[in-house]
Write a protein that binds this ligand. Structure first.
Ligand code: PLP
Length: 452
């Protein structure tokens, strides 16, 4: 248990020793970190007792909400029975086996095999290695390049950040790794010009064909995309986009990876975004909602036709993580899935919570002076902040409009995030109630109004 300290003491210690992810440490040092000490339902509490509405479910993770006994009990039981045993060298633990089996029932057809990791980044690294291995075993060792998208996010490891298309991540540490390429993000509002959403969806997808031809199909291993781009600013593609991407992948023998790390486990009102957009992936990384973030766990789903080749021809696959399939994390994921099913959380999101959320957000944003577009599906929302609505011009990054909006949200005890190009986003726990959505909408309105 952490000791009892004053806010100033926490902040001083934090400043002295803790380097934060995705943070400007000088700015943080000047203002001091906020110390979150507990959580319940859709709220987190800081060490001073402030009750904060978590409009982001942590980092898009906490599907079933905070404080769920069922998940804690599952972890406790497993930690007492078998806290850890690694899965290398021909052993398994029961929760690994059961989770892999359960995931094979929930994921799209053909995804029958699951490789466990601890984070979305690792799940994507796994897929990069397995896809290249597959092509090599198929006698096409040059098929190594992955194509991702600008403003795509697939993680922070060296390989996963190259897979992604976050401009700042690429510029800050110099060059992208070789054998990673990108096409543009399907952002109709900013890039669609005079095209209808549907026309733009086809046009955006055809960039993939151009890129494959430029690189040579014989060199391209896979295309990766999030069904709805999350960290890029909640970019939900036109419904014409994914079918065209899929057609192009099949035509050129390019594997299709649907990154479900955010979209999976009910965020869009379906078990997976692939279901909603009718994507038939060859690989599917998942994390976050898999355990509602209670313990770190991720999985890479592998299509049986790929697994069979690796199984037949590879011999030992030289890949794995010490905590692959951690027994307690698997137990929590199983309990999480059971709870999602028992409480019919996904059906509730699809038929009730998401439509209510959408209406509430529309009421906030309709006619709002700085919101050009409200995007989103299910319980994801992106507010496109614009300087000029007629010209669809976004605020320049140095104007820090999203950051200001986040600051106003913080003052209103709401967590929302600035992401992508001049966008602020929401991704609340899936169990959020109507009255909590009303409170959320009120706080979002106050934050946007103060920003305008
Ligand atoms: N893929 C997507 C779509 C994500 O949003 C993220 C994280 O936000 C990742 C992968 C990386 O996951 P992690 O941070 O667990 O490595």
């Amino acid at each position: 248990m952490a000791e009892k300290r004053t806010t100033g003491e926490w902040q001083a210690l934090d400043r002295a020793h803790h380097m934060h992810p995705f943070t400007d440490s000088k700015t943080l040092a000047a203002r001091g970190t906020r110390v979150i000490t507990r959580a319940e339902g859709v709220y987190v509490y800081d060490n001073e007792g402030n009750k904060i509405l978590d409009g982001m479910a942590g980092l898009w993770c906490v599907a079933v909400g905070y404080g769920r006994r069922e998940l804690v009990d599952a972890a406790t039981r497993q930690l007492l029975d078998l806290p850890y045993y690694n899965s290398f060298f021909q052993t398994s633990t029961p929760t690994q086996i059961e989770l892999a089996q359960k995931l094979s029932e929930l994921t799209p057809p053909g995804l029958k095999h699951f490789f466990f990791a601890n984070s979305g980044s690792e799940a994507n690294d796994t897929i990069i290695r397995l896809a290249r291995l597959y092509w090599s075993l198929m006698g096409k060792p040059n098929k190594r390049t992955f194509i991702g998208r600008t403003w795509g996010y697939h993680g922070s490891t060296v390989a996963a950040s190259s897979l992604g298309g976050m401009p700042a991540m690429h510029t800050q540490d110099g060059k992208n790794l070789p054998e990673f390429a990108h096409i543009s993000h399907p952002h109709w509002y900013l890039r669609g010009g005079d095209l209808s959403r549907e026309e733009f969806g086809i046009q955006a997808a055809r960039e993939l064909e151009t890129k494959i031809l430029e690189l040579g199909p014989e060199n391209v291993a896979a295309f990766i995309g999030e069904p709805v781009q999350g960290a890029g600013g909640v970019i939900d593609p036109p419904m014409t986009y994914w079918p065209e991407i899929q057609r192009i992948c099949r035509k050129y023998d390019v594997l299709l990876v649907a990154d479900e790390v955010i979209c999976g486990f009910g965020r869009l009102g379906h078990w997976f975004g692939s279901e909603m957009y009718d994507i038939k992936p060859d690989f599917m990384p998942m994390a976050k909602g898999l355990s509602s973030g209670y313990l770190p766990i991720a999985a890479s789903a592998i299509h049986e036709r790929i697994f069979e080749v690796i199984n037949d021809k590879a011999g030992m696959v030289h890949h794995g993580y010490t905590y692959s399939g951690h027994p307690a994390a698997c137990a929590v994921a199983l309990a999480n899935i059971e709870l999602i099913k028992k409480e019919e959380i996904i059906e509730r999101v699809r038929h009730d919570t998401a439509p209510y959320f959408r209406k509430a957000m529309e009421q906030v944003t309709n006619g709002h002076p700085i919101v050009g577009e409200l995007r989103g599906v299910g319980l994801l929302a992106g507010f496109q902040l614009v300087k000029d609505k007629a010209k669809r011009t976004v605020f320049a990054p140095e104007q820090e409009v999203g950051i200001r909006c986040r600051e106003f949200a913080t003052q209103n005890n709401l967590i929302m995030r600035p992401l992508g190009q001049s966008t602020v986003v929401l991704s609340p726990p899936l169990v959020i109630s109507h009255s909590e959505i009303d409170e959320l909408a009120d706080k979002v309105k106050r934050s946007l109004d103060a920003t305008a």
